[in-house]
Design a binder for this molecule. Structure first.
Ligand SMILES: Nc1nc2c(ncn2[C@@H]2O[C@H](COP(=O)(O)OP(=O)(O)OP(=O)(O)O)[C@@H](O)[C@H]2O)c(=O)[nH]1
Length: 212
């Protein structure tokens, strides 16, 4: 399935990476490539345009990390920083100019394009598609959304008492896809790099794979 003309990428990078320490994990080096560049590389299999949601003070370093990339890269800067991932999704989706968007956090370097192809197939005709993991948790930061309706729902939810991403789904028709129903998608797709230890473990695994 060719998704590139109908699906745009949105990479969420506006968090403060407090568990990671002093530096911004978005641009942390994983085996020679910044995390955010790995995510954009993966998105390149399903789209030719991405929106990066971040704070203004991150932009220069992220631009350097993505320099020379083939994809069209646009920036959606948080007008107010630190309003949480729900706000980041809203700001990112408002900058999208295609009907659907593949949303992914910048700290998920093993995100699989096949996942987005399957989620997109489920999302068409609905407001989005999200995976429910085998442990019952949802993965709303690696999902496909109809940009306009999800952005609006996020803005409405930001004004409420419950600002979890999932609360935005209450007014939407978002399809749940069970993890067990995914085909050919490794569970590493959902791995996120939150701490320096996570980064070391990810680097170690890449080394093992390349030495096989
Ligand atoms: N725009 C925006 N994005 C956010 C915000 N908080 C988290 N995110 C993004 O949401 C995704 C998941 O968040 P976390 O993994 O908790 O990242 P984080 O908040 O930077 O890290 P910690 O401070 O260690 O929790 C990441 O891609 C973050 O960049 C925020 O306040 N604003």
């Amino acid at each position: 399935m060719s998704t590139s003309r109908t699906l745009e990428g949105v990479v969420l990078a506006g968090g403060y990476s407090t568990r990671f320490g002093e530096t911004d994990k978005a641009v942390a080096d994983l085996a020679g490539t910044p995390l955010i560049r790995r995510v954009v590389d993966r998105l390149a299999a399903v789209t030719d345009a991405v929106v990066i949601n971040c704070r203004d003070d991150q932009r220069e370093a992220i631009q350097a990390a993505l320099s020379g990339h083939d994809l069209e890269v646009r920036y959606a800067i948080d007008p107010v920083p630190d309003r949480g991932p729900l706000a980041g999704i809203a700001v990112g989706l408002e900058a999208v100019d295609r009907e659907y968007a593949a949303v992914v956090a910048c700290d998920m370097p093993f995100v699989e394009p096949a996942l987005f192809e399957q989620l997109y197939a489920h999302a068409r005709g609905h407001d989005g598609a999200v995976v429910r993991l085998e442990d019952g948790w949802y993965q709303p930061t690696q999902a496909v959304y109809r940009a306009e309706s999800m952005a609006r729902a996020c803005e409405e939810t930001l004004g409420s008492d419950d600002t979890r991403i999932l609360a935005a789904f209450d007014s939407l028709d978002v399809v749940t896809v069970e993890e067990a129903a995914l085909e050919g998608v490794s569970e590493t797709t959902f791995e996120s790099v939150d701490t320096p230890d996570d980064l070391r473990a990810a680097a170690h695994r890449l080394e093992e794979v390349s030495s096989r």
